[in-house]
Write a protein that binds this ligand. Structure first.
Ligand code: SF4
Length: 342
């Protein structure tokens, strides 16, 4: 059982203490005797303890920075949402293939923004610009927001905010099972709660520090019972010895957990494993013992944006993978919505 995240070291921007959430968090960490340091900006945290990159990286993943979100211009998040809503950046998980390893580079520490009201006011402006069209916001572009929310409740606040809105919708994805505080949030069906899932083998070897499959599925059942629209992202689909059986078992477990009434509005997304050469270098530096197969010669090269190529599975492997996933989906969840395979 992965315990809910608690930082080993905390940094705080002085201005964050002027916000109720900033003060509440720091009071709590002080009571717990967690070391607290000041920083002028959440972008400039230096001197993390550790003698080498390996130690500093691990320390960063256990460090929480309590700061303010200064840039209130949201990034776009097409095609699944119009905007990425910034509530936090970074994650305490240690997934070897995490997208944050390349996007966050030298700043792998976790940042939470205490000016949630200002962030939500900005979201309201975006919604007003598009009304009467709905505006969708994605909350997990830069973090696994659920993994940290048991401390901050910012996500819960946002869920209720969008629940009350006329034209707003929220979505996010998580690999964490710490959802109990979100069960009574007044979401009004406006939040789609997605779980990222994988078979036991992949979670065991490549997703340390996140909740196990059984824990995620139990959390998904609770979320379904709390009447949230639910979804699953099977990602990354990874070909290992026994993958067909592994994913078959994952779907069986899922079938045992998800109540019948939640299947009317259930979505599935499938994403195969891929890597870029910059990502491979970062993975080998941060997780030198990884068993993750990153051999370019075994993959198909796909030219990507900004001149960086991705290495995906070969066509016949992709075909088999896609067919298997659809077979399992049909067998267990014939009424669910298959969104895409990529
Ligand atoms: Fe990255 Fe998600 Fe794993 Fe966190 S849980 S390390 S955001 S892949």
């Amino acid at each position: 059982m992965v315990k809910p995240f608690m930082p080993e070291l905390v940094y705080v921007e002085p201005k964050a203490m002027e916000y109720p959430l900033g003060k509440k968090l720091i009071d709590r960490f002080q009571d717990m005797d967690i070391e607290i340091r000041e920083t002028t900006s959440h972008n400039q945290v230096r001197n993390l303890p550790g003698d080498n990159h390996f130690q500093k990286y691990r320390m960063a993943k256990s460090t929480l920075v309590v700061g303010l979100r200064k840039t209130l211009k949201f990034d776009t998040s097409k095609p699944s949402a119009e905007y990425a809503i910034p509530l936090a950046t970074g994650c305490m998980g240690h997934c070897h293939y995490c997208y944050l390893q390349t996007t966050m580079g030298s700043k792998p520490y976790i940042r939470t923004y205490v000016n949630v009201e200002e962030v939500l006011e900005q979201a309201d402006k975006y919604m007003a610009e598009r009304a009467p069209e709905f505006t969708r916001f994605e909350a997990s572009c830069t973090s696994d927001i659920v993994g940290i929310d048991h401390l901050t409740h910012s996500l819960k606040y946002a869920i209720e905010h969008f629940g009350e809105s006329e034209y707003g919708k929220l979505r996010f994805v998580t690999k964490f099972a710490h959802v109990d505080h979100l069960l009574d949030a007044k979401h009004n069906g406006k939040t789609r709660f997605r779980f990222s899932i994988n078979d036991d083998y992949v979670i065991k070897y490549f997703e340390p520090g996140t909740s196990k499959l059984d824990e995620r599925l139990e959390a998904a059942r609770k979320i379904a019972e709390a009447d949230y629209p639910l979804g699953f992202i099977v990602a990354p689909i990874y070909l290992h010895d026994g993958w067909r059986e592994g994913y078959a078992e994952m779907f069986e477990k899922l079938d045992n957990q998800i109540p019948e009434f939640a299947r009317k509005d259930l979505t599935f997304e499938f994403i195969q494993h891929r890597f870029t050469q910059p990502a491979k270098r970062t993975i080998e530096q941060n997780y030198p013992m990884t068993k993750l197969e990153l051999d370019e010669t075994k993959r198909k090269k796909k030219f990507g944006k900004y001149g960086i190529s991705k290495f995906v599975y070969k066509d016949e492997e992709q075909e088999e993978m896609k067919n298997k996933m659809q077979e399992y989906l049909q067998r267990h969840f014939p009424t669910a919505k298959f969104e895409y395979f990529t």
